[in-house]
Design a protein around this ligand. Structure first.
Ligand SMILES: *Cc1c(COP(=O)(O)O)cnc(C)c1O
Length: 382
């Protein structure tokens, strides 16, 4: 049973009078489903498979135990902001804000958007992103009463530049999201297409949010381009997270961008959104960044081996990856998913997410041992 269905069996019906107080669109939504993974090889959520070494676990435990949990988070959160700005080599004139995961930053961005319809066309403001993409972009838009427009990628998961430029010109979005690399397709966009799309969005006054959640595993970062051409990127925000880095349980996302823009978005942030435990864990991790860098290197090596092994399977189509996940197409995704699950391996069946993902599964890159269990289970399940 998923966490969501456990919750729904606990609260089967809502009093009819109370129900009237809940938004209609929320009532017809499904809660984000988290798959039950107890006892499984967990390759469904792009988590780093490595834990902290035992000596660091002990040192962190001591540090967390000594914190003043009776106090609200204090100025130490600014130590983390500075440490992350240095870690990311933040450009001149930029500022940084933190979120309880980048999921929170995505919600806060939608919250900061003007919701008034255009006085001439009567159309609601729009958040735009290519599809298939990260589900939070659409969800944050809907929950704030904004429209979401998804522009399909090409069948090989590149940006459809013509369609993107047309949608930007026609809808003049409040925000354009580009995940770089994208989830669940794991690829980077063509650099020239991306530059033209970002420029077109700037020309109609859109914000562009570049979501680099998978930066630890990526061969490129757009921050290099922003740093080289700052005057072309005054409408661009760049978002990262410590989740895929190895701290998915800690919940730290961050966003850098021009100072004045960050200052506006930061006004809608709940004042104590980063807990004492979150920031101390994140600071500890940055003090031991070489441990995480070694883990990322190992994951990239494992990704190369996994890609190579998958390419040997004639029934499997596999796409290249700049992230810690690999997208594959199999003859029957549900059957393969079930076969993997029966053999104790949990992956994500994304085949119903979007027509372009028909019969696709998303595999998170695990440890050497986990990947070999995945491969032998896949061979049997196909
Ligand atoms: C995982 C992911 C995130 C969310 O990360 P959190 O910081 O854990 O909330 C954001 N964007 C993309 C594209 C992701 O895949």
């Amino acid at each position: 049973m998923t966490a969501a269905s456990a919750a729904s069996t606990a609260a089967p019906t809502l009093d009819a009078l109370i129900q009237r107080r809940i938004r209609q669109d929320v009532q017809s939504m499904h809660a984000y489903a988290i798959q039950d993974s107890v006892g499984m090889v967990k390759l469904d959520a792009m988590e780093n498979p490595h834990r902290l070494p035992a000596d660091l676990q002990a040192a962190l435990g001591k540090r967390l135990g000594a914190l003043a949990l009776n106090r609200y988070p204090d100025d130490r959160v600014n130590d983390l902001r500075r440490a992350l700005a240095t870690y990311a080599n933040m450009p001149e004139g930029f500022d940084i804000m933190l979120g309880n995961g980048s999921d929170e930053l995505i919600s806060l961005l939608a919250m900061a958007c003007d919701v008034n319809a255009d006085p001439i066309t009567g159309k609601k403001p729009v958040i735009l992103a290519p599809l298939p993409g990260f589900v939070m972009y659409a969800m944050s838009a809907t929950l704030q009463g904004l429209d979401f427009v998804g522009v399909p990628l090409t069948p090989d998961f590149e940006l459809d530049e013509t369609a993107m430029l047309a949608a930007i010109a026609q809808r003049q979005p409040a925000i354009l999201y580009l995940a770089y690399p994208n989830n669940p397709t794991a690829n980077l966009w063509n650099a020239d297409s991306m530059a033209r799309v970002i420029a077109a969005a700037g020309a109609v006054g859109s914000l562009v949010v570049l979501d680099e959640a998978y930066q630890p595993f990526s061969s490129r970062t757009y921050l290099d381009t922003i740093r080289a051409q700052p005057e072309q990127h005054t409408h661009v925000l760049l978002m990262r997270t410590m989740s895929k880095f190895g701290l998915a349980g800690v919940r730290i996302g961050y966003m850098v961008g021009p100072k004045a823009l960050i200052a506006e978005v930061d006004k809608v942030r709940p004042p104590y959104n980063i807990s004492v435990l979150n920031y101390e864990c994140a600071l500890f991790a940055l003090e031991h960044r070489e441990v995480f860098a070694a883990q990322a290197l190992e994951i990239r090596a494992q990704r190369a081996m996994l890609l190579e092994a998958l390419r040997q399977l004639p029934a499997v189509k596999v796409w290249n990856s700049d992230a810690n996940m690999v997208l594959i197409r199999v003859p029957d995704a549900q059957k393969t998913f079930d076969g993997l699950k029966a053999r104790g391996v949990l992956v994500k069946n994304v085949s119903k997410m979007h027509p372009l993902l028909a019969q696709c599964l998303r595999l998170t890159v695990g440890t050497a041992e986990e990947n070999s269990r995945l491969l032998s289970a896949l061979n049997e399940a196909l």
